[in-house]
Write a protein that binds this ligand. Structure first.
Ligand SMILES: [Zn+2]
Length: 459
């Protein structure tokens, strides 16, 4: 069995495949403005049916999910592929060098809203399957697809959809290609994400602002109340003092530590990119802090007068907004309740408000299936992929690992500088073609793995 045939099929069909991507790109699907969503879901369904995938449009409380499957036998290994067909608004339109919804090729790249995020990557998955079937005539595993239309607005209905359709979505592995490859150009495999808890604390004084001389020492100052509380919550070295905050955190495994050590790190380069050229740490510490440790971040603070000159008042309120990034296995609601208890114990007058939350997620890098996919990726790119145990930021990966209860692997197909969410979003054609090839290799490797797993009984 040779995979050269895949490459040949791919180069024969390059133009045809690009045209299919262009068709999907031309169809607007701006979720936050509800523009073109229904039409895009319908178009995607037709494209999937043309490949031979049994497809349906499924309603949610928001934009619909496009679900498709090619199930040969319930007993077979099942791969569930996730992606999203919605895109960000194209604004500011004047900054685009070509129209945002007319795919245009310049310097080997396709410029269009959604090219990299996520239509190009989604189509690469579908065309990977199509190519594989063309070459081999059949699939060695079952494949299911779930494409949502609300990723760009925070996937508000994804968890309830997955909860309601656990049977339909039953799978052995979830595979996602979204996001960007590594800065170095090396393929990147992500095995999880941090969670997030957003909250607000509000201290109140008098019901209006008052003269700081005429009422000084008489009225309480909410800014000081809030600062005093915050100081009981976090030490100067950053350690969170809320009781039980660190209780459920899983330390990195031996393999995870090794993976973190292998990730490339250039303090100066990163420092320049974030506008803080004083990063005083090595790569291991950097990645540990970014992927294995929670944060306790103040993202906004407001009280009193901050304009020009001075206004001698005692403020009437002080507000702080926070986002707390969580790592496996911290539970957002558990952490919220702990913070709530802390506030109550230290200053019961201060109000705490829950804003939103997302659970963290991580797939063990020790799993055989992770090694199988990593090897397949390596075969395509002829380069050892970087494997990062977790993203620093948050994605709803927990719907797969926690609700569906299966491992999840994220393998971005887009170039690092795809400019997603920005004007002149683009996808490098080589990356697109590699993505198609990568899907073929992953399908093939999973087929071999399943044969192995079942002692050849299935084939
Ligand atoms: Zn996006």
């Amino acid at each position: 069995m040779t995979l050269d045939k895949i490459q040949k099929e791919l180069s024969n069909r390059k133009e045809e495949y690009l045209e299919q991507l262009f068709t999907l790109l031309r169809q607007k699907s701006i979720s936050t403005q509800n523009v073109g969503i229904t039409e895009c879901a319908q178009l995607l369904k037709e494209m999937m049916e043309e490949i031979g995938i049994e497809t349906q449009i499924m309603q949610t409380d928001g934009h619909p999910v496009v679900y498709g499957e090619l199930v040969k036998d319930e007993k077979y290994f099942t791969l569930l592929i996730y992606g999203h067909y919605d895109v960000q608004p194209p604004e500011p339109i004047d900054d685009w060098l070509s129209p945002p919804f007319e795919p245009t090729i310049r310097n080997g790249r396709i410029y269009c809203r959604g090219a990299g995020d996520n239509k190009g990557q989604l189509i690469a998955q579908l065309l990977g399957l199509k190519t594989y079937m063309k070459v081999y005539g059949d699939l060695p595993i079952n494949i299911k697809f779930i494409f949502e239309g609300e990723e760009e607005i925070g996937s508000p209905n994804l968890s309830s959809f997955v909860r309601e359709h656990k049977g339909l979505l039953k799978a052995d592995l979830v595979y996602t290609s979204d996001g960007s490859s590594h800065n170095s150009g090396a393929p990147l495999i992500l095995l999880g994400t941090r969670g997030c808890l957003d909250l607000e604390l509000k201290a109140k004084g008098a019901d209006r602002e008052n003269h700081s001389g005429n009422t000084g020492n008489i009225l309480p100052n909410p800014a000081w109340k809030l600062i005093n509380l915050l100081q009981t919550m976090c030490a100067q070295d950053g350690r969170v003092l809320v009781e039980g905050f660190y209780d459920h955190i899983l330390p990195p495994s031996k393999r995870e530590k090794e993976l973190l050590q292998k990730l490339p790190f250039d303090a100066e380069d990163i420092g320049n990119k974030v506008g803080y050229p004083y990063l005083d740490m090595n790569g291991e510490t950097y990645y540990h802090k970014l992927t294995m440790e929670p944060t306790f971040n103040i993202n906004g603070i407001q009280s009193g007068y901050t304009g020009d000159g001075i206004q001698t008042i005692i403020p009437s309120t002080a507000i702080v907004k926070m986002d707390v990034r969580l790592v496996v296995d911290q539970d957002p609601m558990d952490i919220f309740h702990k913070i709530q208890r802390h506030v109550k114990a230290h200053d019961p007058d201060i109000e705490i408000e829950f804003i939103s939350a997302m659970e963290p997620s991580r797939t063990s890098s020790d799993l055989e299936i992770v090694k199988v996919v990593t090897k397949a990726v390596q075969n395509v790119y002829q380069q050892e992929p970087l494997v990062q145990p977790s993203l620093g930021s948050s994605l709803p990966d927990y719907v797969w690992t926690k609700i569906l209860g299966v491992p999840s692997i994220i393998m971005p197909y887009a170039n690092f500088d795809q400019g997603n969410h920005s004007p002149n979003e683009n996808l490098d054609i080589e990356y697109f073609l590699n993505g198609i090839q990568c899907t073929c290799h992953v399908i093939h490797a999973l087929g071999e793995h399943a044969k192995h797993r079942n002692g050849e009984v299935l084939n």
